[in-house]
Design a protein around this ligand. Structure first.
Ligand SMILES: [Zn+2]
Length: 184
């Protein structure tokens, strides 16, 4: 067993990996920084979305390529497994498998393993500073384009933001709501 360099706060990881400057967050750069390997697996059972396993002291993130077909959903699962790696694998060789439910913040609110990982994944893919800056830019651009009707709909705003950050639309909506940028 080796001691791995991990991070309790996604912000520190973003800075160390040099991935904190622009959207979308460069998840591949973070994976490399942590010396992890991502494998897209066509043979995973439908009940599993992603996994974190260890072979010969090397950690592998497995992605269910049959189900997580969009780049945004795969990125979200990779960020989740990075969360397990950072929060749970510092001094031990643990493995994790995640069902779809494990990505749901409401269902896991009382789950002391999954909930911190979910928060970590949000902070990694949608850092507060970048979300605030890019959100403001999108609103300013919209105002400049349409001076007669200077109000973007929440739906269009969430859609623009999720495309820019390459994250699932529903996850961006939750993030923007939690940060108080949009109302429920
Ligand atoms: Zn998990």
């Amino acid at each position: 067993m080796k001691t791995h360099q991990t991070y309790e706060n996604p912000k520190d990881l973003l800075i160390d990996a040099g991935a904190d400057q622009s959207a979308p967050v460069d998840i591949e750069r973070i994976v490399k920084h942590l010396n992890l390997v991502v494998r897209y697996d066509m043979g995973m059972p439908d009940s599993i979305m992603s996994s974190l396993t260890i072979e010969n002291d090397r950690y592998f993130i497995g992605i269910n390529a049959n189900i997580l077909k969009s780049e945004s959903s795969a990125r979200f699962a990779i960020a989740h497994e990075i969360g397990h790696y950072c929060l749970h694998c510092q001094n031990c060789d643990k493995a994790f498998t995640d069902s779809k439910e494990n990505f749901d913040e409401i269902k896991n609110f009382w789950n002391t393993i999954e909930y911190p990982v979910i928060l970590f994944s949000y902070g990694l893919l949608m850092p507060v500073s970048l979300v605030t800056r890019e959100g403001q830019r999108i609103i300013d651009d919209f105002k400049a384009d349409d001076l007669n009707n200077p109000k973007i709909s929440i739906r269009d705003f969430v859609s623009s933001m999720s495309k820019l950050f390459v994250v699932p639309n529903d996850k961006m909506r939750i993030r923007l709501t939690k940060l108080g940028i949009i109302k429920k």
